[in-house]
Every structure is written in C-alpha cells, then in structure tokens.
Design a binder for this molecule. Sequence first.
Ligand code: PMP
Ligand code: GLU
Length: 394
Amino acid sequence: MHLAKRIISVAPSATLAISNLAKQMKARGEDVIDLSIGQPDFQTPTFIAEAAKAAIDSGAASFYTAATGIPALKAAIRAHVLAQTGVDYGPKQIAVTTGAKLALYSLFQVLLDPGEEVLIPLPGWVSYVEQVRLAGGVPRPVPSSGHFKVTVDDLEAQCTAATRALVINSPANPTGTIYTQQELTLIGNWALRHHILVIADDIYRDLLFNGASYTSMVSIDPEITKNTVLIAGVSKSYAMTGWRIGFAAGPEKVIGAMATLLGHATGNPTTAAQYAAIAAFDSDGRSVEQMRAAFEDRLNVIYPLLTKIPGFSLPEKPQGAFYLFPNVKRAAQLTHFTSVDDFVAALLRDTGVAIVPGRAFGMPDHARLSYAAAKPDLIEALHRIDAFVAANAN
Ligand code: PMP
Ligand code: GLU
C-alpha cells in the first residue's frame, strides 16, 4: 500500500505511545503508575459538564456551527483573554479549534510554504516538530543556553532567511519553566526586527506555583501583540482534555486563513463541547484554583523526593505546568543501561512506572514525569524509581 512521503517521515507521538502502552499493561492487570501523559487526573467540574448536557437537551448541540466556533464562545474567550492579558481580540481574530493541538496544526498549515523554517526551543513539546513537517516546513530546534530557556543569541544562531515563525511555550512542557517579562520583551522585539511571527503557546498559563508570576508574550506591547498568535485552551486549566477545545487568537489575516482551512478540515469543533467551554471560560476560577493548588502541593512533595534519587538531577524547581524534566543520564549509567531510553523502558517493565524519555522533547539525557496523578501514586512511583536505581546500581 502506498503512503504519502509526508506521513512516512513523521514520528508517532511519543507521549501518546507510552501512555497507550501503560494503559494496555493496566488492562492486563499489571500494577502501573502512569506518569507519562500530560493530562489532569481530575474530572471535568460538574457545572461545565452540565452546560454540555443542557445544550444536548435543548437540541442546540445537534447542529454544525461556524467553522471557528459559536459567537457566544468567542465572546467568552474574548472576555477571558482580555482579563488575563489586557488584549482585546475581536471575533474575527479568534478561531476555536478541536483542541489547541489543531490550533497549532492549522496555524503551521497556513503559515508555511515548503522549506520555510520554524524555531522550536529545546526542550519542546513532541508535536511542534512533526506538525511543522506535516505542513511542509522545516523545524529548527534551538538549544537553550539558559536553564531550559532560549536567549536572543540562541535564536539568532539558528535563524536563517527562511525562518518564518518561533514557538514560545510558557509555562513550558516538558520543563515547567516560565519566561519573565524581561526575557519575553527581548525575544518579542528580536522577532519583530526579523519579521518572524511568534506563536505563544500559553496552554499552561493557569498552572503557576509557589508565587510564580506569568506574563504572556501578547501583553508586552501592541507591536509585539500584532506579531503574535496566542494559543490556549481548556484542556489543562479546566481538566477538559477529552472535550477537545482550544483556540488561536491573533491577526485577522492569519485567523481568516485558519478559518478557511478549518472549514474544510473539521467543519467545526464539537458543538456540545463548545457549550461546555463557555461555562468554563465564564466561571469564577474557583475550580481552576482548586486544581492548581493540588498540583502545587504535589510538586512541593515530590520535588525533594525526585532530587534525592541517585543520578537524577534537576537543580531548579519548576514554576508551572505539571512536569518534572530531570537529567537522568547518570542514573542510566549507574544502572548499566546504555541510554536513557533503555533505562525508561526497563523502569516501566520492572516497576510499572511510566515516564517519557527526553528524546521525545529533543533532550535525550532527560526524562519527563507528569505529576498530574494522585499524591500517593506519585510518592509510590518515586519510591519505586529509587528502589530500582538502588537494586541495579552495583
Ligand atoms: N501545547 C502544549 C505545550 C501541550 O502540552 C499540549 C497538550 N497536548 C497542547 C498544546 C495541546 O493541548 P490540547 O490539544 O489538549 O488543547
Ligand atoms: N500535551 C500532553 C503531553 O505532552 C498530552 C499528550 C500530547 O498531546 O502529546 O503529554
């Protein structure tokens, strides 16, 4: 069977692959603790689910909507983004999509001609690189000289005449790092000078810990706002990964092009889920705060446990999202594995703890643990990893 070159060169999502493997092991009755996938372990708050049920009962959910979302959802997103960033995006500047994943996917599709490049700071989320490839573009990973953060010099070193866009993900997957206002100002102005569009993936914007503060790239100044597309959604903030609602907000020209693409690709995001998202964005934030506080508590409990494991190194405590991204090369060496990938595979096989090799994020000496799991499970997982290292290090 012939398959297009476009898909043959693309690697399947490593995060989804490991979590599927963990699910299969669980289904066979194995004692698995899955710290691989990045999704809140909480149920979607009831008032949000009720809004979808009401849309189903009233019949509103039976029909197609506008390709980029119903006006009431765009109004809710507009008010929410205005309150969080100070930027007022009109309805033609907002496209609601089937998850932020599709917002990013369709954005790359409308931005890139063949061979055009996108700067992707390392480490970076698995799908950026492959989505750029699927759009015919060329991903340009940017190694960071700072602690998991790129500087203007790092970007300059990878920038070419073909560079069209730059992804800034803050708080970041897989590190939980947050760019400061000052860092964003430097990067935003650099991108403006080079006519490079900034893609600000702010999907973890509500998950800030231990007093960390967050500024969005779009809030820096109006010129930078015009040169930026904001990406966010409901998955992480409202425990709504399964509902698949995200959005892009930015220049009308770009959003209009995305609307054309989305009209052919999906028609519209699932109607009932759009009604649920209105309830989420309109809510007073109490449920977001409850979940944020739970993540913060877990981080504070497990960070010291993780850094005590021999061969695990993570000098700075993450400030946001729900991931830890230690360097574990030394642990792999201590336990006589030739690579971190082998170490991570053996860990799952022998202890049932599923984590993601850093290779998936462009840094093969690291591994990612998601702490979007119950606190007792997290503590047990870290004890199992510690015992595994101790048992194999001789
Ligand atoms: N960006 C980042 C950095 C992510 O980690 C995710 C999680 N899948 C997404 C975008 C997409 O989120 P979703 O499609 O669930 O809205
Ligand atoms: N973003 C989450 C993760 O990194 C969900 C899985 C995915 O879409 O990659 O694990």
